[in-house]
Design a protein around this ligand. Structure first.
Ligand SMILES: *Cc1c(COP(=O)(O)O)cnc(C)c1O
Length: 378
């Protein structure tokens, strides 16, 4: 049985008619950049994420870069974040000229550890603390970081909070939606995200009207009015076509999330009844609501051999992420060494994402668990 990591064609079959209808409308309008489709999506997303404002942008990466620019972060500033994330989080910090400061993760959630954050703050000098301007917690795999202590520390030191919620649209922390807790919430519509476009796209959520205004100006090269520039921004615009498609898909998102949660619960039952939970550790659900962009297991040893074996059996898996940011060659100048962030390094060596997409069937899941069992007991 073939079980892909993600099956976007299965999803497309269920929404095809509505998608074709709205794309046709955009084609007829010949209005392609920003405009009414983007504004409609911004309203829908702001409401869905329980924020006042949302600004459609060209990608999740650009959502991060734009937020950092809007927050006025640049050379000489330092930004705290996690070394265990998709490259864009750290890349965005360095692209605006700021310096990333890493804090290791919580081994249960793979998110920035609030305890290690307070340890890091306690060891920083007054000068060092003064150069920190922002913190970017990442809600990895669809589960929110432990935001209460992070928000507290940020408030004490006057840091801007930018949530990297690229994997977490609709995720909640103590009843609050991802993207509604910090000053900025950055989302991606990359096709493999829970709410994916048919190309690149993203959005930034914000509660403050001034922040919203800055984001909108910087999105169009810093122009306000047109051709008058008080600041230098960029082209961070979202296409009407992508906005129209994402708006259609948003109507299905809660059903898809429920299906992902259902699949996650079923994996847990299957791993338990197969007696595998001493060697295969399913993800811990510490913060509700977890939206399961990924279902990531931890395997004590043999992760790479397991992955190869599953690939040979027709089962798609992925390692998110094999190299933590402090060990990336392009960040060698930051002086990171192996051993600096041991929890991130261990996660990079032991984690494996399994298929969890909404259309995944019970028999496909049974096949995944059976093959893992076969590998571990071979
Ligand atoms: C996908 C992702 C991004 C970047 O989004 P793009 O739309 O691909 O640019 C940023 N951060 C995290 C954690 C992501 O998963």
């Amino acid at each position: 049985m073939h079980v892909p990591l993600l099956d976007l064609k299965a999803q497309y079959r269920t929404i095809k008619d509505r998608v074709l209808e709205v794309t046709q409308q955009v084609f007829e309008s010949q209005y392609f950049i920003l405009g009414p489709q983007v504004e409609a999506l911004e309203k829908k997303i702001a409401s869905y994420c329980q924020t006042e404002h949302a600004v459609g942008v060209s990608s999740g990466t650009d959502a991060l870069v734009l937020s950092l620019m809007a927050a006025g972060i640049g050379p000489g500033d330092r930004v705290i974040s996690t070394p265990y994330t998709f490259f864009a989080t750290t890349g965005a910090i360095t692209r605006v000229g700021a310096t990333p400061v890493f804090v290791d993760i919580d081994p249960d959630t793979y998110n920035l550890s609030a305890d290690k954050l307070s340890d890091a703050v306690a060891t920083m000098s007054e000068d060092e603390l003064n150069t920190v301007k922002a913190i970017i917690p990442v809600h990895l795999y669809g589960q929110c970081a432990d935001m209460a202590p992070i928000l507290d520390v940020a408030a004490i030191h006057g840091w801007v909070v930018i949530e990297d919620a690229a994997q977490a649209i609709g995720a909640e922390y103590k009843g609050r939606r991802a993207g509604s807790m910090g000053d900025y919430g950055c989302f991606s519509f990359f096709p493999s995200k829970n709410l994916g476009a048919f190309g690149d796209g993203g959005i930034v959520t914000a509660g403050d009207p001034h922040v919203n205004e800055r984001l909108k100006i910087l999105r169009v090269h810093g122009a306000k009015p047109k051709y008058v520039h008080k600041v230098v921004g960029g082209n961070f615009r979202l296409d009407a076509l992508q906005a129209a498609i994402v708006a259609v898909k948003l109507d299905y998102l809660d059903d898809w999330t429920a299906a992902r949660q259902h699949n996650a619960a079923r994996y847990r039952e299957m791993f338990t009844s197969a007696g595998l939970t001493d060697r295969v550790h399913p993800p811990l659900e510490k913060e509700n609501r977890h939206i399961y962009n990924q279902f990531v297991i931890r395997v004590d040893d043999g992760r790479d051999d397991l992955r190869t074996y599953l690939g040979e059996q027709g089962i798609g898996t992925e390692v998110y992420y094999p190299v933590p940011m402090h060990l990336q060659e392009c960040f060698a100048g930051l002086g990171g060494q192996a051993g600096d962030y041991p929890v991130s390094e261990q996660a990079a060596n032991q984690t494996l994402a399994l298929p969890i997409y909404p259309e995944l069937t019970e028999s496909q899941q049974a096949c995944v668990v059976e093959k893992i069992d076969a590998f571990l007991n071979r």
